[in-house]
Write a new protein. Structure first.
Length: 677
């Protein structure tokens, strides 16, 4: 069927145009049977992982006759324009990600059944303790669809050799067959290994009993091996004598050996294998990085103790490791027995590589400064979840002094999952519970001063976020000269969710952004209303493009598709701004004061009467309205940045002392969800 389609495409396509397939279950060689040489030269496989917006892996497979320039063009396009981590694979069944990933899934599911673990126990082990997403194995099967696995097994059966290790796990258990027949295919069906049931108006999570096939309320797995992994890592997990430790060893020893046995069959080097599993299955470490974490010699020794075969590549590495640092460069162990530099595509710069060859210019527990070359300094957050605290504010001051001593500019960037989730609420609630109001106000003032210093620095400051940039993390970016944001950046001023308003200049900056927007209608109210709506509703952008529409990003701020290119893009922006640089002058808007506040409060009153806003929501909105309307002023007067900051600080302090705000903060810290009181 595919070849018939290709023949139709070939009849109408422009000669030299590139054709690609997304399949991973049909070899490229089979797809090209009966196709002319002209088509073969222009054909390759681009295998995306679902959902393609969020999964970064793209496996690229070229045939023996595919034009090299076609491969290079597609690789570059997928990297730069689509933001993919492109991994070159060989034309083998399942390529890299699904060859190893499907083996791991089948092995982990069947071994859990064979060893008598519950669904919850298996997922507790085969998840975070191994650096694997918390879905574990059964949660992932529910996500991808339980009915998909038997089809994959049939495909693999037709493609794999008779002696392939995956054949040990081709079985589709009777329980799984019955679940599929009954419509329990996972999240897309009536449920799967887990399901949600209604009980008295509440949703109750249930898990299937792997022995009986009956559902029961899901519980938390209590395994000492999982607790041991929290402090001792993956090796402590596998060495633990309980059933969780035995299970972890069994499934990972099998999986890691399988991966080691497949190089160079499925890829030329171990780097491709590790990248495929990290980008395609969201593993924190790839198979060979996991072996290094265990210790290759320890791993091989335990295999021998248990009479298990040792793959040739493991024998070759011996007492060494699969990765090492040499002369400030990361190197990988090759199939030739030698070490080779891990190379990056042109234009990719990572802070992780900088750290291999340099010491920080300054550092403390929450932030560090790095010389990233070309006269640019990088300010890195590394607190828990990159929450902003006094150490970060202090490091901003050091960054300003160091850059001013002879550098060209500053980039604010890190390689955490999220740029910053905002201010450290734990520190604030501790101070509030001891009535240390002066300390809280000092921190608010310090943040305002630090961010204003960034905005008015005598050199360019460029923010470079990815992931979440919330609250104080968003406010940092609002004070930068420019931002080069990863496409998947989620920005928002979310303070109302904890009973507060932005206090580090977020109200001021968003108001000024809308004020300066040439497309807004005349008069002050459209700008005030837009800022009020965005902040009072705690709007968070769903992407960097959406952040532009919300004015968290300017129209000329950059959007970078590939996360690995964000630092280089931000550096280039600093250097472009550095020539003849002068800080931008902030406008001084004329604000209506009380008349605008009344209008905003009337709108909130309407929402309150409709039940869309709580009584305390109205209190917070009143404080926000006072700031954005200009407070005690009128339309004949202008308001400068410092006056707006003073108003923010007063409003923040008036709210932080209220018990309803403290209740919201405590609820957020305990549950991760906002409280509507």
């Amino acid at each position: 069927m595919k070849r018939d389609l290709y023949k139709k495409v070939d009849a109408v396509r422009k000669q030299g145009s590139i054709v690609s397939s997304n399949t991973s279950t049909i070899p490229l060689a089979s797809l090209l049977e009966e196709m002319p040489e002209s088509f073969r030269r222009d054909f390759l496989i681009t295998h995306f992982f679902n959902p393609p917006r969020y999964m970064r892996l793209l496996e690229l497979v070229a045939g023996p006759t595919t034009r090299e320039d076609a491969t290079a063009e597609v690789r570059d396009f997928c990297d730069r324009a689509l933001g993919k981590g492109v991994v070159v694979c060989k034309d083998t069944p399942g390529f890299i990600g699904n060859r190893i990933g499907v083996y791991w899934l089948q092995c982990a599911a069947l071994e859990a059944m064979r060893q008598g673990l519950t669904v919850e126990e298996a997922d507790a082990v085969a998840g975070r303790p191994l650096g694997i997403p918390k879905t574990g194995v059964f949660g992932l099967l529910d996500l991808v669809g339980i009915d998909l696995m038997p089809h994959i097994m049939v495909s693999m059966d037709s493609l794999l050799g008779a002696d392939d290790a995956m054949r040990e796990y081709f079985e589709v258990p009777d329980l799984v067959q019955k679940m599929i027949a009954d419509g329990y295919t996972g999240r897309k069906g009536k449920g799967g290994f887990y399901r949600l049931q209604r009980d008295g108006g509440k949703r109750v999570k249930q898990a299937i009993d792997l022995a009986s096939g009956e559902y029961r309320d899901a519980g938390k797995a209590a395994l000492a091996s999982v607790d041991a992994a929290k402090s001792g890592g993956v090796r402590a997990l596998m060495e633990h004598p309980d059933k969780g430790g035995a299970y972890a060893w069994r499934i990972m020893a099998k999986t890691l050996c399988y991966a080691a046995s497949l190089v160079p069959e499925i890829a030329d080097d171990i780097v491709a294998v590790d990248e495929a599993m990290k980008l395609g299955y969201n593993w924190t470490q790839g198979p060979f990085e996991l072996i290094d974490a265990l210790g290759a010699a320890w791993f091989t020794g335990r295999l021998r103790e248990q009479g298990e075969p040792v793959p040739e590549l493991l024998e070759k590495v011996g007492e060494g490791s699969f990765y090492r640092i040499a002369d400030g460069r990361r190197q990988h162990f090759g199939t030739d027995g030698a070490y080779h530099d891990v190379t990056r595509p042109a234009g990719v710069e990572l802070l992780a590589d900088v750290k291999l060859r340099a010491q920080p210019l300054a550092t403390n527990g929450s932030a560090s400064l790095w010389d990233v070359g070309d006269g640019v300094v990088c300010l890195e957050f590394h607190s828990k979840m990159n929450a902003i605290d006094t150490d970060i504010l202090e490091m901003i001051g050091k960054a300003l002094a160091i850059v001013a001593s002879g550098y060209k500019g500053l980039v604010i960037y890190n390689e955490g999952t999220n740029f910053s989730v905002g201010a450290n609420l734990g520190l604030m609630i501790f101070a509030a519970n001891t009535a240390a109001w002066n300390d809280i106000e000092s921190t608010v003032r310090a943040g305002q001063q630090a961010y204003m210093a960034l905005k008015h620095a005598p050199f360019p400051v460029v923010g470079a976020p990815s992931g979440m940039a919330l609250g104080g993390g968003c406010e940092v970016l609002l004070h930068c000269d420019a931002v080069e944001a990863h496409a998947e950046t989620y920005m928002g001023l979310v303070e109302v969710g904890v009973g507060l308003i932005p206090g580090w200049g977020g109200c001021k900056e968003l108001l000024l952004r809308w004020w300066q927007d040439s497309r807004r209608p005349g008069g002050p109210m459209p700008a005030i209303s837009k800022a009020f709506e965005t902040i009072s509703m705690a709007m968070v952008s769903t992407s960097a493009a959406h952040a532009r529409r919300l004015r968290f990003l300017r129209q000329d701020d950059g959007i970078v598709m590939n996360r690995d290119r964000v630092l280089a893009s931000a550096k280039a922006r600093v250097l472009a701004l550095a020539d003849d640089y002068a800080p931008a002058q902030a406008p001084q808007p004329a604000l209506p004061g009380a008349t605008a506040k009344v209008a905003l409060e009337m709108a909130v009153g309407g929402f309150r009467r409709l039940g869309k806003a709580s009584d305390y929501d109205a209190v917070i909105a009143g404080a926000l309205a006072d700031v954005l309307s200009g407070g005690d002023t009128d339309i004949t007067e202008t308001v400068d940045e410092h006056a707006l900051l003073d108003a923010e600080r007063r409003a923040f302090m008036s709210l932080v002392k209220r018990p309803q705000t403290l209740a919201r903060v405590e609820h957020m810290l305990e549950t991760g969800k906002p409280l509507r009181n």
